[in-house]
Design a protein around this ligand. Structure first.
Ligand code: 8YV
Length: 321
């Protein structure tokens, strides 16, 4: 028997990450990449000291209470940790970590793609070409709106929000932001801070969501707040679907209050509200913000750095509980 710590790995991870896991730990891998139920997680965790999950596994208070006593750490392969009940984890003395920084570029890139895809009617255009339904061209054909020079409101100016602002400046966008804390002036790079979301919304030709999903931010983008946007605004969410109310967002898209939406993060993934796909003015991606080869490797290594620190008796760098 090896004395390496046993780690339950809930999903298939990149090859290089699994190779390092196998070198330094006794990993229980999931080569078929099956989605485990709560009961299966609890069962498979027996005899393990740590779990390396994704956001697809939900560590609700009841799961945390039922986890085997030997489990000491949940080292997430994700920056978001809304799938873990942090209060319950703290109560049990479980260490919880995430993977910040390493996915900011990939997520900001996808955010730009959502903004441009929504503004330029990318879904409609691609469908026309793919289904061989493209029959003609005219000056009025597939006309969208500019991104360049528009005002972008960023809700949540953390790591991803700041990189998105940088990329958007390349499109000469005027950056506005709302967060619970104002950035130090040297980090604002000209971005305009708004004390309240209500102050910022009327100025947003585009609004992009980059905050964590917490009880305070859940449902923040409701019907009242969508109504504060300028007519024809574009809504972008590559963070978490919980931030918007589905009925309010769909209502704003149906009424034309919103020109379009670019969405990568939904409520109830992957069984999302069917109306999103029926609307012509949505550009929809299946939660792939961090899905690049380089970023997925980096996320795995970051999760492993956290495990290594914990099992060496050090404080993991990315501890959230
Ligand atoms: C990840 C994400 O792919 O890191 C996050 O919070 O939302 C995604 O980019 C996913 O969470 C992996 O578990």
């Amino acid at each position: 028997m090896s004395d390496k710590p046993v780690i339950l790995v809930t999903r298939k991870l990149p090859e290089a990450v699994e190779a390092r896991l196998s070198r330094d730990y006794e990993p229980r891998l999931n080569p078929e990449d099956v989605l485990y139920s709560k009961d299966e997680i609890i069962e498979r965790a027996t005899g393990a000291q740590g779990i390396l999950p994704c956001h697809t596994e939900h560590f609700t208070a009841d799961v945390i209470e039922r986890l085997p006593e030997e489990i000491k750490i949940i080292a997430n392969f994700s920056v978001g940790f809304d799938h873990v009940d942090i209060g319950a984890a703290k109560k049990r003395g479980l260490v919880v970590t995430n993977t910040p920084d390493v996915l900011s570029n990939a997520t900001a890139e996808l955010t730009m793609m959502l903004m441009i895809g929504a503004a330029r009617r990318a879904s409609e255009g691609e469908k026309l070409v793919r289904t061989r339904s493209w029959k003609d061209w005219s000056p009025a054909f597939m006309v969208g709106v500019d991104v360049t020079g528009k005002r972008l409101g960023i809700l949540g100016m953390g790591r991803v929000g700041q990189v998105t602002a940088k990329r958007a400046r390349g499109f000469d966008m005027e950056i506005h932001y709302h967060d619970v804390r104002r950035l130090p002036p040297e980090m604002e790079e000209g971005a305009i801070f708004h004390e309240t979301l209500e102050d910022m919304l009327p100025l947003c030709d585009f609004i992009s969501i980059h905050c964590n999903a917490t009880p305070e931010t859940t449902g923040l983008m409701n019907a009242e707040r969508f109504s504060l946007l300028p007519d024809g605004a574009i809504y972008v969410n590559a963070a978490r679907g919980a931030i918007h109310d589905d009925d309010a967002l769909i209502g704003a898209l149906q009424s034309g209050k919103l020109w379009a939406a670019g969405i990568d993060a939904y409520n109830n993934e992957p069984n999302i509200d069917a109306r999103f796909a029926e609307l012509p003015n949505t550009f929809l991606m299946p939660h792939i913000g961090s899905a690049t080869i380089e970023t997925r490797d980096a996320m795995g290594f970051r999760a492993l750095d956290n495990l290594d620190a914990y099992f060496k008796g050090d404080e993991p760098g990315d501890r959230v509980a």
